[in-house]
Structure formats: C-alpha cells, structure tokens
Design a protein around this ligand. Sequence first.
Ligand code: ADP
Length: 187
Amino acid sequence: MVRAVLLGPPGSGKGTQAARVCKARGLLHLSTGDLLRAAVKDQTALGLKAKGFMDRGELVPDELVFALLRERLRSPASGAGFLLDGFPRNVSQAGTLDAELGARGIARVVHLKLDDEEIVRRLLGRGRPDDTEPVIRNRLKVYRAETSPLIAFYDRRGLLVTIEASGSVDEVAQRLDAALFGRQGGL
Ligand code: ADP
C-alpha cells in the first residue's frame, strides 16, 4: 500500500501530476486545495471560513484543513494507497498526520523542485482566481517560510526523493512514477 506525499511550491505541477499517477496506479488522490475549493464553491460553513485565507494566499487554519481530510484518510477507498497533494503544508500539519496514521505512516515523500522564475511564469499563465501577482508572491513567501522546512524534515527520516519539475508533463510524470514505484527504493 502506497502512503505518499507530494511536496512542492505552487505551480510545480503537484495537482496535475498527482491526478495522473493516481489514475494510472489506482491510488486515492487527496488534494487539500481541491477539497477547499469545493467547500468554497458549495458555500459550506467550512468553505466560508476558508475563503479569505485562500484569496490572500495564506494558509487556511490547520483544523479546518484536517477536518476535510480526516474521514478521507480513513475511507476504504484508500485501500490501494493514497497520495497527498498540498498536505502537509507546515510542520504542525506533518505532526497531525503522523498522529493520525500511527504506525502505518508516510513511506515516501516526493519533492517537486522548480525555480521561482518558472513558478511565476506558470502561475500567471494558469489564471485561477488566486493566481494574481501579489497573491502568488505571498503564496511563495508562505511556501518558503512554512512548507519548505518539510523538505529537511522528511529527508532526515530518509523518506525524501527530489525530482525536477521542469520539462514536459510526460517527463515529470515518468520521474514521479519512478520515484514512487521505481526499482530504486520503490514502495
Ligand atoms: P498551490 O499548490 O498552487 O498553492 P493548492 O491548490 O495546493 O495550490 O492550494 C491553494 C490554497 O489552498 C493555498 O494557497 C491555501 O490557502 C489553501 N490550502 C491548501 N492546502 C492547504 C493546507 N494543507 N493547509 C492550509 N492551507 C491550504
């Protein structure tokens, strides 16, 4: 069973790549960004609370995000395994995840590496409502301050594999598949 995390800056292609490998390998794709956007669209109580944080490019409070994730992590559909996309996003969320999973913890973390110039270029081309320049800048700042420490956090545990996120969607997909399932340390 695959229990993996995809880590990387906004615009690194986490969502696209996660959807693709999950479909190909029958994994449950757990995207906190998608779950939050669905809650905002449906105007649930949680979505209404989350919206302002998302519009400003800030992190949504941990308890709201985990409320969306918890049942899904426990759902039987995650039998073949799951790939987390956009979670954890800070060290506190990583601790919550450890506590939730217990002994059957995360076995692999794939870090999609991309330089800042390429990040901004991609996000400005994407045109999601939170993809305006000031909000992108803030998301990058939050990524550096809060999320990037997770790279060292998981590396110390021997779980991290870093892959290059530039190149075509197909090229990155091959790298991700190899990082998750390849012979060198496949799960
Ligand atoms: P990107 O990777 O391009 O930033 P996401 O779809 O992963 O896009 O996230 C969009 C927004 O949703 C984030 O800027 C943040 O406000 C919120 N969000 C997503 N995941 C989390 C999380 N784990 N913790 C807090 N906020 C989150």
